[in-house]
Design a protein around this ligand. Structure first.
Ligand code: AMP
Length: 122
């Protein structure tokens, strides 16, 4: 699937330095920052610097180097936040049915409390 990328999305603006962010960790290809509206005591977003709309787009089209960097960045954030011990949740919303608000790939890392069941009935 070929996704079209919107250069004006808010995470693109963060990556260009036009909007501030509360950085947790960064690498050559990835940036992790605290969510502005946290839904748990720990709520970090991890994004690639490349222009990928969602995880499907990234997994299909990113370079091996980007995929390795991003995957390891997620692990580093989990380590920094100490979520392994008590557990956590990773979510990556995509598109309309996934109720994706920002069309730049982001993984939510949520922890610090019991997060309940994965989905509630619609
Ligand atoms: P999603 O619905 O998966 O696209 O989630 C988008 C997330 O981005 C939401 O949890 C928002 O709170 C978060 N968000 C939006 N703008 C910002 C921002 N400027 N800095 C940090 N997080 C943001």
């Amino acid at each position: 699937m070929a996704y079209s990328y919107d250069d004006e999305n808010i995470f693109a603006k963060i990556l260009r330095g036009e909007i501030p962010n509360d950085t947790v960790f960064e690498t050559e290809h990835s940036l992790a920052f605290n969510d502005i509206r946290p839904q748990a005591p720990i709520h970090v977003l991890v994004i690639p610097r490349g222009k990928y709309v969602n995880y499907d787009d990234f997994a299909a089209n990113a370079s091996d180097e980007e995929i390795l960097d991003y995957t390891r960045a997620i692990a580093k954030v989990c380590e920094m936040k100490g979520v392994e011990a008590e557990g956590f949740r990773m979510i990556s919303n995509a598109g309309h049915n996934g109720v994706q608000e920002v069309p730049h790939l982001h993984v939510h890392i949520l922890g610090g409390r019991n997060l309940g069941r994965m989905l509630t009935p619609a």
